[in-house]
Each structure stands twice: as C-alpha cells, then as structure tokens.
Design a protein around this ligand. Sequence first.
Ligand code: SF4
Length: 390
Amino acid sequence: MAPLPAGAPVGVYIHIPFCGHICPYCDFNTYANMEPLIPAYVDAVCTDIARFPGRFGSMPAATIFFGGGTPSLVPAEGIARMIDAVRNSFDLAAGAEITLEANPNRLDQRYCTGLLDAGVNRLSLGAQTFDRRGLRTLGRQHEAEDVVTAIVAARAAGFANVSCDLIFGWPGQAMDVWRNDLDRVLALDAGVDHLSLYSLIIEPGTPMAEAVARGILVPLSDDEAADCYEIAVEVLGKAGWIHYEIANWAKSAAYQSRHNMLYWRNGEYAGFGAGAHWRIGDRRRMNHLLPRTYVDAVEGGEDSASNSEEVSDRLSISETMMLGLRLLREGVTEASFQVRHSASLAESFPRQLDALAAHGLIDWDGERVLLTHRGSMLANDVCSQFFDEQ
Ligand code: SF4
C-alpha cells in the first residue's frame, strides 16, 4: 500500500548509458559510440556497489532494475557481475524481481539464456510501435518483425515475465495506427505480460523538437493524445488487462512492475551508474552524468555523486501524493500515510482534498485517495496541487 513505511526493502537501479545511436526524441542520459567504455563501466558500477555497505550497511533489497540507455548492449557476463555485486552488498530477497530493458535489435535466444543464467527474470522491450513509418519517425533502428522475433527468443529461452513499451502521440500517427499497435501486441503468439504506454513528450533541445519548430514534423494535439489514451483504456480494459498505474497495464496482478511500484509508493532506492539517483532516508543524490567522469570518480576512490539534497518532511509528503496517486487502484491510504509520515491526510492537505473531490478529480472517503478517471486525464495538474502551500 502507498506509501511504503520507512525502512522497507529498497530497489536497486543500475543505469547503462550506452546506445547504438540516439533517437531524435530522446533526452535520457545516454550516449552513442561509447561501447569501448563498457568493460571499465561495469567494473566501476561493481566497485561503486561494493562501497555501498560502508555507508549504509547491508540494506534489504527487493528489486534490481537495469535501465538505460540500452542495457542489452552489455554482455550477459557483465550483467551477471553487477547482479553478483548487488547480492554481495545488499540483502537481496529470494525471488527478487530483476528487470533488464532491451532493444529488440539483435536480442537472440543465446543472449536471453545468458541473462536468465545471470539472474535476470524480467525483460522490458522497447517496441514503441509496430508501424514502419512510426519507427522511422521515432528514429528507431529496428523493424516490427524484430519485436516479434525478440519476444519469441525471450520465451524460448525461458523468460516468464516480458513487458513491452509502446509510444503514442508521435507526429503523423493516426488513431487506427495506434489501435493496430494495441491489437497487434495483444495478438502476439508469444504474448507479453505487461505493457507500458507512454505519451510522446517532445523535449526542448532534441532533434525532434527542432524538426517540429521548423515545421517538418507536426505533433499530435493534446486532445488527440488524450484520445489515444482513451483508446488504450478501452482496448486493454476489454481484453481484461489491469490498469494499475496511469501508464502501465498488467495481464494479472502478478505481473505489475515491482520495481516501479516501489517508486510510486515513495520507497527508498539506491542508484548506480552515470546519472543514477539515490533516495535513502532524507537524502537524495545524483551521480555524475558523464560515463567517463563517473568511471574516473569511482576508480579514483572519490564520491560518485555530483549532487545531493535533503528531502524535507513536507516535500516527502507531497511526493507521496504525486507518486501514489498514479496507482489507480491503490492510491494513497490514510493508514499507510500515517505510518510513514506521522500525520493524517486531512491534516496535511486540509484544502486540497476537499477541493479536488468537489471538482470530481479524486475520490476521498477518509480512508483512501484515488484519482477519478477524469483526474487521471489531468494527473499532472491534480498532483501539482499537493505541492502548494496549505
Ligand atoms: S534507444 Fe532509448 S535510451 Fe537509447 S536513444 Fe533511443 S530512446 Fe534514448
């Protein structure tokens, strides 16, 4: 239940900042043509993880998540070494969820078997769309068939938990193309267990933003993107999928992303690798962004973080609402809130709860706060209310 109590097992995030090329819409901390650095980077991440208990002791951990970038660029032996480093430094739960994000390019059965042997038990595939024009607009280097082949390879290797990312709202996307993406992913013979559906955000400074500014690409309007979201809610609802978080659906409750649930429940997490964040206790830290700087800092025995800040009680309370309300079925419960924050929801938000309920944006019965469907369409606006002064 959201939020998690203080001291609950942490999630471990490991950032892999390498990509074969940079997609024009991407503003993640990722770099092309840096693959020669991968061996030194894996060494540095392992060293950084090994230093962790010296600071915090051996904390219990529930999940590991390799995100990127393209973690599947790292050989399976490197992934195994990083997982072993986590096992040596954390009290990793038996049956811990260990996820790796992968691009469909060149994801073959042999590599998948290596990942399973390393301990990875959940794959998250960046499919984005099955539409060829969409793949080119998004600058992706794979074809729709590669997604199918990758999922077949993952299943043949033995992966029992496969997630797939799709993007909607890309320039030129028609509603029937989006419907086709959803129908196609649901009809896959090898099947997927979890779907993350992201609305394309055209971030300033990206090549795609420049193409939009020059009139080369025309983005979908907010209303059109909202229509895409409604289509997803309808199609996946009819197919019996659980819409458990604003952008995430699971085939059954067992397939909800445990690592991301930990974030949405405002849990603690340790982050390793370039640009990774930590949140332990009342401190939040961010590692050096540049892979070479991160590697040099760790090799030189220096702090891997470039920034650190205190998270005040008030900010933590606001973040509990911003994150927890994304959980559409769970929301934020009064009981969990009191255990975590030693205050009641009504005392903490005397104005916001009644006002948002009166506008039909949340359901608030004194025991639990949930976004309404309308509230979920305006989630950013609703959540921002909890950062205002009372
Ligand atoms: S593959 Fe993902 S992380 Fe890499 S550039 Fe493309 S969008 Fe960014």
